[in-house]
Design a protein around this ligand. Structure first.
Ligand SMILES: Cc1cc2nc3c(=O)[nH]c(=O)nc-3n(C[C@H](O)[C@H](O)[C@H](O)COP(=O)(O)OP(=O)(O)OC[C@H]3O[C@@H](n4cnc5c(N)ncnc54)[C@H](O)[C@@H]3O)c2cc1C
Length: 541
């Protein structure tokens, strides 16, 4: 790797620190990457073209997995203080109820999904960022051009003081769906675009409905031929998405008066008579597209810059956070010298796989929700018919499971990924649950873990397992919890982790496990880390 070269913008010396990581775009992906790096003590510079956080809710669902990743920086607690927990899913055909499904009780500190306007969420992320001296946040910095070579990356940045050049060793492009960096590098998103357009509105209204229910109407009287999705957010703000019917002319439907009329009709359907006000509106077309690779030499793509998924399963924002944390620890390992740069290819491999899983899961739901073609409309009619009767499983098309974490079954970083549907197998996201330490103290696993790697024993660790202080150059925590089932602590809930010893990654994925063996596999892994920089250098010689 090249030595950091100060660029002309460097008024405070090499602000991005050793490794020179510049993140472009302070949205969920950029914040996550910067916070993930800072948690491991690695500096970064975060640039955003705006001078402040953009107003408007956009995404509204924050997943359990995102909350777990954001727990150590305090964001998860801030979210939980104000967010609305999604407790149920309800669907209607016309104004007739199809089903009301309550989310089952599950182990872990956080609910499956909570609702909070994206702009309020970003304020919390920005607050957390300010606490970290490792992050140099620069608002009002728009990246207009990029030149990347094997030696480093040069960015051309427009600021209120004029145009500057800025050098970096690594650039993370988190600059959103219209990514200028992606376009400058000549890279293209490919995939499927759904035709249906959605009007997305935030309405301030006192609505006396059951709390925390996500509601979806197909062909309701308030939006004939289309769909309506409604989420309760915080501060009496309701998010209403109107899918425009194929027969409507889009330009007219998106006009302010048409939007107002649609909201009025829907609130009347719900029996709202008090005053209400539209506080934000936007429009959206569902797409399922991605880059082929999320790494281009020294430039990485994360969040919407890398992939777009239909929003109906809440995957846009949450996959952006997942990307940020996946990349952060790998960059930290590489700039700290604990791993060679080849490790960074696993970011692309894992997250491309994640984007494919997200598209596959969101795709069928999008066909039903954003149906427009004759084939999709036929599928929707059939699905709705079956949901009411003998095929209740089809409800999952509209359900909460869409926010399940990705599985890295093919990653070269995962030791012996199990193929069976086993939540404690390597390649799965670590499930959270209430644990009991050998001394009897009780704590959620998400609270017990530090920010680096962890070697966790559920039950007795293998004899003579000598855990090093660092692994891939990052700190390793060793912890043990008593045996597996805690029915007395969380009624009807048992520990999802089977007895054994686990190597856990900083992004809370299970990397390896020894289930009742002699520990040889873990010993070998812990003392001979993959992608080791020493091994890389030896191979190069
Ligand atoms: C109307 C609408 C509704 C949505 N609803 C949902 C939903 O219900 N659920 C869901 O999960 N997702 C939803 N999404 C998607 C969700 O908002 C995104 O997936 C999420 O914001 C992606 O985060 P990101 O960090 O990748 O990008 P963004 O949030 O777009 O952030 C990109 C950042 O980069 C900055 N930037 C851009 N270009 C430059 C440049 N050249 N130089 C410097 N800075 C730059 C921007 O100012 C911005 O701050 C919705 C999106 C829209 C538009």
């Amino acid at each position: 790797m090249s030595a950091p070269t100060p660029g002309p913008d460097d008024r405070r010396g090499r602000a991005a620190g050793p490794g020179g990581i510049v993140i472009v775009g302070a949205g969920p992906a950029g914040y996550a990457c910067a916070l993930g790096l800072a948690a491991l003590g690695v500096p970064s510079t975060l640039l955003d073209q705006n001078t402040t956080i953009a107003a408007g809710s956009r995404a509204t669902g924050i997943s359990r997995r995102s909350l777990e990743l954001l727990s150590s920086c305090g964001v998860a607690d801030a979210v939980m203080d104000v967010a609305v927990v999604q407790r149920a899913n309800q669907a209607f055909a016309g104004d007739r109820e199809l089903f009301l499904d309550w989310t089952p009780r599950e182990p872990g500190r956080y609910p499956r999904i909570v609702n909070l306007q994206q702009d309020l969420f970003e304020v919390m992320l920005a607050d957390a960022l300010r606490e970290r001296q490792e992050i140099d946040m620069r608002w009002g910095h728009r990246v207009d051009d990029i030149r990347a070579s094997d030696a480093g990356v040069r960015l051309e940045v427009e600021t209120s003081d004029g145009r500057r050049s800025m050098d970096a060793d690594w650039v993370v492009a988190c600059d959103g769906a219209r990514s200028a960096i992606r376009r400058r590098l000549g890279l293209r998103l490919t995939g499927v675009a759904y035709d249906t357009r959605f009007i997305v509105v935030d309405v301030h209204a006192p609505i006396a409905l059951e709390q925390g229910v996500r509601r979806i109407w197909f062909d309701p009287p308030s939006n004939p031929g289309g769909t309506v999705i409604m989420h309760q957010q915080t501060r009496d703000i309701w998010r209403i998405d109107f899918g425009i019917s194929p027969d409507e002319e889009e330009a007219a439907a998106l006009g302010p008066e048409a939007v107002q009329a649609r909201v009025r009709a829907h609130l009347e359907l719900l029996g709202v008579t008090d005053a209400w006000e539209i506080v934000w509106s936007g429009d959206y077309t569902a797409t399922s597209v991605a880059l082929e690779r999320f790494r281009d030499g020294r430039v990485f793509f994360a969040g919407d810059a890398a992939h777009l998924v239909p929003i109906f399963g809440g995957r846009g924002l949450n996959s952006a956070i997942e990307d940020g944390f996946n990349l952060a620890w790998k960059l930290a390992a590489v700039v700290g010298g604990g791993a060679g740069p080849e490790l960074l290819d696993t970011y692309s491999n894992e997250r491309v796989e994640g984007a494919r899983q997200n598209s596959a899961k969101a795709g069928i739901g999008a066909e039903v929700i954003a149906a427009r073609s004759p084939g999709s409309l036929l599928l929707r009619r059939a699905a709705l018919e079956l949901m009411q009767g003998p095929r209740p499983a089809l409800k999952t098309l509209l359900g909460h499971r869409t926010t399940d974490a990705n599985v890295y079954a093919r990653s070269e970083l995962i030791v012996d990924p199990a193929s069976e549907d086993d939540v404690s197998s390597p390649g799965r996201a670590l499930p959270d649950f209430l644990t009991q330490a050998p001394d009897g103290s009780r704590q959620y696993l998400s609270d017990a873990l530090d920010d680096g790697f962890a070697v966790l024993s559920v039950g007795t660790p293998p004899h003579g397992l000598d855990v090093p202080a660092t692994f891939m150059g990052l700190p390793v925590q060793q912890l043990a919890i008593a045996d597996a089932a805690y029915d007395d602590l969380e009624p009807a809930v048992t520990s999802p982790l089977a007895p054994g010893t686990y190597v856990l990654r900083p992004d809370r994925y299970i990397m390896a496990r020894d289930a009742g063996g002699d520990g040889t596999k873990l010993r070998r892994l812990l003392h001979s880390p993959p992608f080791s920089s020493t091994r890389t250098q030896e191979a190069a010689r």
